[in-house]
Design a protein around this ligand. Structure first.
Ligand SMILES: Nc1ncnc2c1ncn2[C@@H]1O[C@H](COP(=O)(O)OP(=O)(O)OP(=O)(O)O)[C@@H](O)[C@H]1O
Ligand SMILES: [Mg+2]
Length: 294
């Protein structure tokens, strides 16, 4: 594998659970040092994709390569290059935070310093507490700590901040930004679109077993979906215009009505764009169904 080869390469990946197709022909690459956000509604197949790439699940068909290795055949040396934060862990936790991290640090050839990791996830005060006595969000921080302790080249983060309080989420973002600066490649799934917008370099949107869009985090959904909206109230009625000529539109409104009531300029967030993408896709599917109906 050369340094320009993608760290993750997926081609026409299919996964069936019995007769149920969890996904049907998914293809994407993740490049070295990039944070790729895999987005999609509940049941879209995000965790299944991640678990196939981690080597936890078998694929039904298609090609996958992770750090140059077929994940179905990766050995211990390959696994040591991965960091994994699963969506759910079966952690019983009859050891302290520090004991658990020290144990895992010993399993990796180039592990991070345990104190540094404990501080980075904000568990200094809880390092001597049994994991089972931690709150949900604190346990999730332990999961994140375990994911990064081995200094992974490729880090899988499956909804890492679910249950985090807002301050912990921001701390986590800083932690990930540090990992990005160190050159870590990251595959992130999250339902927090502000998190994806902040951390992601590129994103893929998966729904109904298919990747419906992929591209730069500032590009997915297309330029049209990013056009701002000017909104104001006129004679008690809410008015709005989508425009790239914000100054001109505002000036025109002011000339017409004087100081407009409730004037605001709304830039569509990634969440707005994502929801529109899903809605457009669902409408397209419905139209296809109608067209092909007998
Ligand atoms: N072990 C399994 N056996 C049968 N079906 C499964 C299994 N695991 C997942 N599925 C199904 O595959 C689909 C994809 O599940 P997956 O967990 O990958 O979704 P997800 O995108 O991660 O969703 P979420 O956002 O809720 O975590 C779902 O319809 C789920 O019910
Ligand atoms: Mg999931």
């Amino acid at each position: 594998m050369t340094t320009t080869d993608p760290v993750v390469r997926v081609r026409d990946l299919h996964k069936r659970y019995g007769s149920f197709p969890a996904f049907d022909g998914v293809s994407f690459d993740i490049h070295r040092g990039e944070t790729f956000a895999l987005l999609g509604p509940n049941g879209a197949g995000k965790s299944t994709t991640i678990e196939i790439l981690e080597g936890y699940r078998n694929r039904t068909s298609g090609e996958a390569s992770v750090l140059g290795v077929d994940p179905g055949r990766g050995g211990l040396e390959w696994k040591a290059r991965l960091g994994i934060v699963l969506q759910s862990t079966g952690e019983s936790g009859n050891v302290t935070v520090r004991e658990q991290l020290t144990h895992f640090a010993g399993l990796y050839p180039h592990s991070r310093d345990v104190d540094e990791v404990i501080a980075a996830v904000g568990l200094v005060d809880k390092q001597k507490t049994l994991i089972r006595k931690l709150s949900g969000g604190q346990r999730r921080r332990v999961d994140v700590a375990l994911g990064i302790i081995g200094r992974p080249e490729l880090l899988f983060l499956d909804e890492p901040t679910t249950g985090f309080d807002p301050e912990a989420r921001r701390q986590f973002w800083q932690l990930v930004e540090g990992l990005k600066q160190d050159g870590t490649t990251i595959l992130l799934t999250t339902h927090y679109l502000d998190e994806a917008a902040r951390l992601g370099d590129r994103a893929g949107v998966i729904t109904g077993g298919r990747l419906i869009d992929i591209g730069g985090i500032d590009e997915i959904g297309g330029a049209e979906s990013r056009v701002p909206i000017v909104r104001w109230r006129q004679d008690g009625v809410e008015r709005s215009v989508r425009t790239t000529e914000l100054g001109l539109v505002v000036a025109r409104v002011v000339a017409e009505v004087g100081e407009p009531q409730g004037l605001e300029i709304i830039r569509p967030s990634l969440e707005d764009i994502y929801l529109q993408l899903l809605a457009d896709h669902a409408a397209g599917e419905a139209a296809d169904l109608m067209e092909n109906a007998p």
